[in-house]
Design a protein around this ligand. Structure first.
Ligand SMILES: Cc1cc2nc3c(=O)[nH]c(=O)nc-3n(C[C@H](O)[C@H](O)[C@H](O)COP(=O)(O)OP(=O)(O)OC[C@H]3O[C@@H](n4cnc5c(N)ncnc54)[C@H](O)[C@@H]3O)c2cc1C
Length: 500
């Protein structure tokens, strides 16, 4: 078998998947049907949780150096501010969002992939595959017309909204039935006094409207055209953009000097399953979101983080492979479902038509944003730090309800410690003080654990952290057998252990 994993598609999600697998020493091949990177920047923002997760590979610092920090999101109705989400309220090593055009994000992840010995095979398309109990047999189509048949242990479809992998699997999807067309314009603005480190989202009965700063000093203007128009939406004229700015924006703002005018169609959806045997789906191939939340690329990178450590552990001979791999579907599908629903509710609230309801929304919005806990909760949702896997089938116990994050919840990174999952092997981390029980765990499960202990989360407790920074299990010190039981589930047999 030539490769353990074949990744289809070199968008941000496929690149993240391939780079993470390379870092963990898993043989991987990544193919891309286009002849070169698209250079297009649909996505602009990386949220807090994504930056935390990218820190694991050492990429966070480079991304931050290339981007611009965003401190706040303003919610407005015309010139009236309804609310403001302060990202500094998020408990994180990155209490901000990063404005970084998608092409730049892709360029930096590609550079990292290459530094780890990987390489995108451009001009190579997946043409078809058959999946058996032991491997996936894949037909590749090269740009010169040549066909190649390869086998891989696993296939990961990161091939975007039109995914060939998803179509070949014949999977159905759920989500709001309605499609909508959107316009996008990268322009110069005169008369706009919003801070260049803040996002401005306008709620209007005709649809959402956003003004986002670009590193060049221009702004990206995005607006919901509400219905669908024809087969494909036509790029807008500058006059249409101006008309939307006048109708939905703060007033008195002139648009000019467009460098990109585009239109796109969105159909929010979540596919029925992210895994069929040895074939996985990730990113836009699995879920599509309303651009109101700017979550799609971020969510796709989280998919890659979630799946890559599990594939790497299975590659290293971990026991219980089936449960581990199936948990990718259970965990990521549930998060995407929640985000599709959240964004649908947000869009409905933004587009209320009834003037009485609009008045009530604006009034209660003001009251809501006046309450610190409510504001903080919203900041944690927007920045994606509140997402977690509380109902995951691979969660361990926390039966004494210890104070602190429970199984499946995020472990906030500590500034003075390396992020969980960094390094060249996917390892669990013990947050505990040394002692006979803890020392025995370290000895018996050395293949699965980081060599060093991390400072305890609370006295006389043991927290077990997953390689993607979520809690696996937690127990008081004398219940260390619960942690042992969890680790034993994945302990490789002695032959695989010897090879690790
Ligand atoms: C206007 C707009 C604004 C957005 N803003 C944001 C934002 O601010 N934040 C955010 O998080 N998200 C945003 N998104 C969403 C974001 O752009 C996508 O979620 C993201 O690009 C998905 O990445 P992906 O790798 O899954 O898919 P893609 O980027 O679509 O990449 C898929 C790749 O697979 C390749 N491919 C397809 N078929 C094959 C095949 N058969 N063989 C080989 N290769 C194949 C394609 O050529 C492509 O390169 C926005 C989207 C739009 C439209």
């Amino acid at each position: 078998m030539s490769n353990e994993v074949l990744v289809v598609g070199a968008g941000p999600v496929g690149l993240s998947m391939a780079a993470a697998l390379c870092r963990y020493g898993v043989p991987v091949r990544i193919i891309e049907k286009a002849a070169q990177p698209s250079g297009q920047s649909r996505a602009l923002f990386l949220w807090t949780r994504t930056l935390e997760l990218l820190d694991r590979s050492g990429l966070g610092g480079e991304l931050i150096a290339a981007g611009r920090k965003i401190d706040a999101v303003n919610l407005l109705a015309g010139a009236k501010r309804i609310g403001r989400i302060e990202l500094s309220e998020v408990d994180s090593t990155h209490p901000y969002a990063l404005m970084l055009p998608q092409a730049e994000t892709e360029r930096l992840i590609t550079a990292q992939l290459e530094a780890l010995g990987g390489r995108v095979e451009f001009g190579t398309a997946l043409a078809g595959f058959t999946s058996g109990p032991d491997h996936v047999r894949v037909t590749l189509q090269h740009a010169d017309g040549r066909e190649e048949v390869v086998e891989a242990a696993y296939l990961v479809g990161c091939d975007g909204g039109g995914s060939v992998v998803r179509k070949a699997l014949g999977l159905s999807s759920s989500g709001p039935a309605q499609q909508s067309d959107w316009l996008l314009a990268d322009v110069t603005l005169q008369g706009f006094d919003g801070a260049p480190t803040e996002l401005h989202s306008f709620w209007h009965e005709d649809g959402f409207f956003g003004i986002f700063p670009l590193p060049s000093g221009r702004y990206r203007v995005v607006g919901d055209l509400h219905d669908v128009h024809g087969e494909h939406p036509e790029p807008p004229t500058l006059a249409q953009v101006q008309a939307m700015m006048d109708a939905r924006g703060p007033g008195g703002v002139t648009v000019s000097d467009p460098v990109w005018l585009s239109a796109f169609r969105i159909h929010q959806r979540n596919i029925s399953t992210y895994r069929v045997g040895r074939v996985f789906l990730a990113g836009d191939a699995a879920h599509l979101h309303n651009p109101v939340g700017a979550q799609g690329l971020n969510m796709g990178i989280h998919d890659a983080v979630n799946l890559s450590w599990k594939l790497a552990l299975v590659y290293r001979g971990a026991a219980n492979a089936e449960a581990l791999l199936e948990s990718y579907n259970a965990e990521r599908h549930a998060v995407a479902d929640a985000v599709v629903n959240e964004l649908d509710r947000a869009a409905a609230l933004a587009m209320l038509k009834n003037p009485t309801l609009q008045f009530a929304r604006n009034l209660f919005g003001g009251l809501f944003f006046g309450m610190e806990p409510a504001r903080k909760a919203l900041a944690e949702t927007v920045s994606e730090v509140s997402h977690g896997y509380r109902h995951s089938p691979i969660n361990g116990t926390n039966d004494r309800a210890l104070p602190g994050p429970g199984p499946g919840e995020r472990l906030p990174p500590r500034p003075d410690e390396p992020p969980l999952g960094s390094g060249n092997a996917p390892r669990f981390a013990l947050f505990a003080a040394p002692g006979p029980r803890v020392d025995r765990l370290r000895r018996d499960f050395a293949a699965l654990l980081e060599p060093e202990l991390r400072a305890p989360i609370s006295p006389r407790t043991i927290w077990l952290g997953r390689p993607d920074g979520y809690v696996a299990a937690a127990a008081i010190d004398e219940d260390s057998d619960q942690i042992e039981a969890y680790l034993r589930t994945y302990l490789p047999d002695s032959a695989a252990l010897a090879a690790m």
